[in-house]
Design a protein around this ligand. Structure first.
Ligand code: FES
Length: 100
């Protein structure tokens, strides 16, 4: 995921916007990232990534966890949505067609 990739594909919130929010607003809970343009309040797919970003910001470091590419991330969200685990709002980035 690069800085201008969307972490929240429902509300088009980029990693850059979230990092700025973390730095400036210093949220006390991961859930407060929803105050950054509604991140995490759509289908719910990005909440795990948001929690990870919050944890990294609190610790002031970066984990060695695998960082997905934007394409891998979007495809995983597509599988999540097709499994019926969340409903994106109108205007959300649609899931990619994975050929199924
Ligand atoms: S991708 Fe963030 S709520 Fe759907």
């Amino acid at each position: 995921m690069e800085l201008d990739d969307e972490v929240c594909l429902c509300f088009h919130v980029t990693k850059r916007k979230l990092l700025a929010f973390l730095r400036v607003e210093k949220p006390r809970r991961a859930g407060e990232l929803s105050n950054c343009f509604g991140a995490g309040t759509g289908c719910g797919w990005c909440r795990g990534y948001l929690r990870r970003m919050f944890s990294e910001a609190v610790r002031g470091g970066v984990t060695a966890a695998h960082e997905p590419t934007a394409e891998e991330y979007a495809q995983a969200r597509g599988r999540y949505l097709r499994a019926g685990r969340g409903t994106p709002p109108p205007g959300a980035t649609p899931p990619p067609d994975d050929g199924r």
